[in-house]
Ligand binder design. Structure first.
Ligand code: GLA
Length: 378
């Protein structure tokens, strides 16, 4: 049974009536453009065919009552008095309600059943998927206009200010604006998006290292601060405004700040080149750029880990692998590989064995299709 069917069935059982609505919002994998979003730069993610689903129906009062199939928990809150509770899945829903109200939206209550198949905490944006599904639910029951970039900003605010994770805009924006069969080139300054078709006869393979690092948040904030300091050094609003030429000619940044800035400046250029290569169907060039991105994240930005490096090396060593890199914030979680379609089956087994031999850990491997952004299902 599909997840959509499961949430509908469970909602029927709990409400003794059919839910009026089903909403879905996808997770994502980023193909290239890492740690560039909060530098006003470029990213090239795709929404994946793993998502959060909610089957729901409106309520006449201001209560939101939700059952999570994954946690087997029912929880509720009042839209008239939003208060922080114990950290957990419900805080994302409250955060979105709060951010919608802050944006001046009149939100109505609803009750629903929630489920998802985006692995939690793996770097595939399960939180952004939960936020966008929640926003889609509120928009549907409250008759709010659905403007994907605006909704992405509201969800980012929920994550930054209610949940307390200082993320950039990439995850929420791709969950809102994904296009089936396409990656999306996002300008994180203007929030303009361009759908770029994925190269034919290739597959996007997500390689989960089965490691999760607790220190991601503090390291992430430290990197952000280092990037902001480097932008101040160059006298620009964000590192987006520095090109490679100017960077190469500059002098006076301390060694660490220089490495951080070099990653961002070069990664922005690589991301634009990758979108071009994709449009031309030049998979070798795309793969080369992904490999270069990994080296830069490992050596200059220093957000990889020994497990991510092992996974990437295992993937890059296989026939049919065009390129591979760590994806998402780093320190653990997933790598992504672009693989020729005919080689996928063999590669999955060999990479799993190679990684297990190198690290003693058992990876999870997902072959992902590019999916559409958050929506109401028929
Ligand atoms: C996390 C954040 C994003 C982005 C990436 C790194 O996924 O949520 O905003 O900064 O890390 O590219």
């Amino acid at each position: 049974m599909s997840l959509q069917e499961r949430v509908v069935l469970e909602a029927e059982r709990r409400f003794h009536a059919r839910p009026n609505l089903v909403v879905r919002a996808p997770g994502r994998v980023n193909l290239i453009g890492e740690h560039t979003d909060y530098n006003d730069g470029f990213v090239l993610p795709m929404a994946i065919d793993r998502a959060v689903w909610i089957a729901l129906r409106p309520r006449k009062d201001a209560q939101v009552r939700v059952h999570s199939l994954h946690f087997d928990q029912t929880a509720e809150f009042s839209l008239n008095r939003l208060e922080h509770g114990k950290a957990g899945w419900l805080e994302y829903l409250k955060g979105v309600a709060w951010a919608l109200q802050e944006a001046g939206c009149q939100v109505q209550g609803w009750e629903g059943v929630l489920a998802g198949d985006v692995p939690l905490g793996a770097g595939l944006s399960s939180s952004a998927a939960l936020e966008l599904a929640t926003a889609r639910a509120f928009a549907a029951v409250s008759n709010l206009p659905w403007d994907p970039p605006e909704m992405a900003k509201i969800c980012q605010r929920a994550e930054n200010e209610w949940v307390g994770m200082n993320c950039g805009i990439m995850d929420q924006l791709i969950s809102a604006t994904g296009v089936a069969g396409h990656a999306v080139l996002i300008d994180c300054r203007t929030l303009e998006t361009q759908a770029v078709p994925l190269p034919p006869d290739t597959a996007v393979v997500v390689l989960d290292t089965a490691t999760r690092r607790g220190l991601v948040d503090s390291a992430y904030n430290e990197r952000r601060a280092q990037c902001e300091a480097a932008a101040r050094f160059f006298g620009v609003p964000a590192l987006r405004d520095v090109d490679i030429d100017r960077f190469d000619k500059s002098d006076g940044l301390d060694a660490v700040a220089r490495r951080r800035a070099r990653h961002v400046v070069a990664e922005n250029a690589r991301t634009l080149q990758a979108a071009e290569a994709m449009r031309r169907g030049d998979t070798s060039e795309l793969g080369r750029l992904m490999n270069a991105s990994h080296v830069s994240l490992r050596d200059d930005f220093e957000v990889s880990s020994s497990e991510l490096d092992a996974m990437v090396a295992c993937a890059q060593g296989q026939d049919g692998c065009c390129g591979a890199r760590m994806t998402g914030a780093g320190f653990g979680g997933c790598a992504v590989a672009l693989v020729r379609a005919e080689a996928v089956g063999g590669l999955v087994t060999t990479v799993a064995n190679c990684y297990q031999t190198a690290t003693g850990r058992v990876p999870s491997i997902y072959i992902c299709k590019a999916a559409a952004g958050a929506g109401v299902e028929a």
